[in-house]
Design a protein around this ligand. Structure first.
Ligand code: ADE
Length: 225
């Protein structure tokens, strides 16, 4: 998979890709991530990427020209499955969207700033708009990093244990059950007896029951779906 991220703040985006699972995925050639600084696609001396709003109003709007130049150049080299715009008014990211995107070959992610992009960018280029939650960030970069993490860990071969992504919370619309490691007893809190029995079927049943109980308590909306 190849991910091209268009941003005015590439420096804000680099570190999540330089550690742990994402770094390993890149080193193993399971994913390529490229950053494109929007200012490199400007033509004026000030390298401006935004302008005031038509109709008045506070806040700057990201202009279409540099974004068009950058996306057009990328599309000349290969075809893209999705051109995603990170925005608080997009579809809220969930595990289903991450699963869907993890199967794609090439995607572009455009990070918004200020008030956002000129509507014509969305009309002309964007195939999917994603929000990471009902709050407003200063820009799309942190959202793009969250999205990339959620996608990349699902690419086959990225996680050491192939089954571990399958037992994540949300993977079957249930939250994950409680988990324990050594010691067996800590400050009066004991590991549930069933986990020590080695009885696989009973353990599976316990985990299933706990996942259901936890989901019912914390996220009953997931059970309605
Ligand atoms: N840009 C600003 N806020 C955002 C959010 N909640 N999700 C994605 N991109 C954003």
């Amino acid at each position: 998979m190849r991910i091209d991220i268009i941003t005015v703040l590439p420096e804000l985006l680099r570190s999540p890709f330089e550690a742990s699972i994402l770094k390993r995925a890149i080193e193993a050639d399971l994913v390529e991530v490229h950053f494109h600084n929007l200012r490199d696609y400007t033509t004026d001396n000030y390298k401006s990427i935004d302008d005031t709003q038509f109709g008045g109003g506070a806040g700057m709007v990201m202009s279409i020209e540099p974004i068009d130049k950058c996306i057009t150049k990328l599309k000349e080299a290969r075809t893209y499955d999705e051109v995603i715009y990170m925005t608080p008014d997009g579809e809220t990211l969930n595990q289903g969207i991450a699963n869907h995107l993890s199967l794609k070959q090439n995607i572009i992610i455009l990070c918004g700033h200020y008030k956002g992009v000129d509507q014509r960018v969305r009309d002309l280029f964007i195939t999917k708009e994603i929000s990471i939650g009902d709050y407003v960030l200063s820009g799309g970069e942190l959202g793009a990093a969250v999205l990339c993490d959620a996608i990349i860990r699902l690419i086959p071969g990225v996680l050491g244990n192939e089954t571990s992504a399958l037992t994540d919370s949300f993977q079957d619309n249930l939250l994950a059950p409680p988990i324990y490691t050594k010691p067996r007893s800590y400050k009066g809190l004991d590991v549930p007896e069933v986990l020590l029995t080695g009885h696989a079927a009973n353990i599976d049943k316990w985990r299933e029951d706990q996942a259901y109980k936890r989901t019912k308590e914390r996220r009953p909306d997931l059970l309605d779906d």
